[in-house]
Structures are given as C-alpha cells and as structure tokens.
Design a protein around this ligand. Structure first.
Ligand SMILES: [Zn+2]
Ligand SMILES: [Zn+2]
Length: 157
C-alpha cells in the first residue's frame, strides 16, 4: 500500500456538536511509513481516539512501529520495536490560552497529528539499543559475534 499523503490530518470539527464524552477511534496501519521530518518506520500501526471534552477534544494516541537500529553490543542491524501511548488536549476556543497546555483547533477543524506521533514514538528509541536483552556481544579479543558462536577466548578476562 502506497503511503497516503498526510493520513494523520483529521477533521475533528464534527465533535463540536457531540456530547461531552463522545468518542471515536480511528485505526491506522502501514507496512512502511516515512515521517515528513525524517523518521522511517515499518509496521506502523495504532489508533487515535478522539474524545469530546467540555472545551474541545482530547486525542489519545497509541502507536507502535519498528525502526532500524544497530545493537551497541554486537553491532548487528536489527529492527527495534517502539511503542508509545500519550494524550493531547485541543480546544475549540480561539482565545489565546495562557496556562493550560492546550492547542487551539483551527477554524477549518483540521488537526495534523503526524508531527506529534513522530516525536512521541521516537522518544521511545533507546539510548543503547540491544538486539535482544541478553545479547552476548563481540569477543573483545577476536571480534567473534558471541551470539553466533563461542570462540577460544571464552572465559578469559
Ligand atoms: Zn546484539
Ligand atoms: Zn575471541
């Protein structure tokens, strides 16, 4: 499936006429998805749940994806799974909002969640990616990948 243009741009304007607590879930699934600000993912899937609040919309987002990574121990490339859950508040009020951490919903009703999803999902990227939790790494003497086979230096310090 080709990547659609701006699939995360959603019209939330219809919610203004819905009762508080009304919710709608939108599901997404892409074999590959390349974020505009340069994040390549595979198997990107998740949901955006839009909930009518007193003043606007709460968007609850739950996304997972696989991204390219290199193991810090054995230096093999692997697919790092990432998962994030977060929520954001948006208000129908066009008044400037001072203290609350809310964004205004534009008059056309469209919100584009792409940048937010990108940022949150890549926040989950580990500082030290490991191909598996018990990766045995490389032999410091001969460089043998110890996940694949032992070498003669096993047990030496
Ligand atoms: Zn590894
Ligand atoms: Zn060795």
């Amino acid at each position: 499936m080709n990547q659609p243009r701006r699939p995360f741009r959603i019209n939330v304007g219809f919610l203004i006429n819905q009762p508080i607590g009304f919710s709608r879930e939108i599901a997404f699934s892409f074999e590959q998805y390349h974020f505009q600000n340069d994040g390549k993912t595979e198997d990107l899937s998740g949901t955006i749940t839009l909930i009518r609040t007193q003043t606007g919309v709460e968007a609850v987002m739950d996304f997972s994806a696989l991204v390219d990574a290199q193991c810090v121990r054995c230096l093999e490339d692997f697919k790092q799974p990432l998962h994030t859950t977060f929520q954001e508040l948006y208000t129908f009020s066009q008044e400037p909002i001072s203290e609350e951490d809310e964004e205004s919903i534009p008059e056309d009703g469209y919100l584009d969640f792409e940048g937010t999803i990108h940022d949150y999902i890549f926040l989950e990227y580990p500082i030290k990616p490991l191909c598996k939790p018990d990766c045995r790494g490389l032999c410091i003497v001969c460089g043998q990948n110890l996940n694949a086979a032992a070498c003669e230096h096993a047990g030496q310090k």
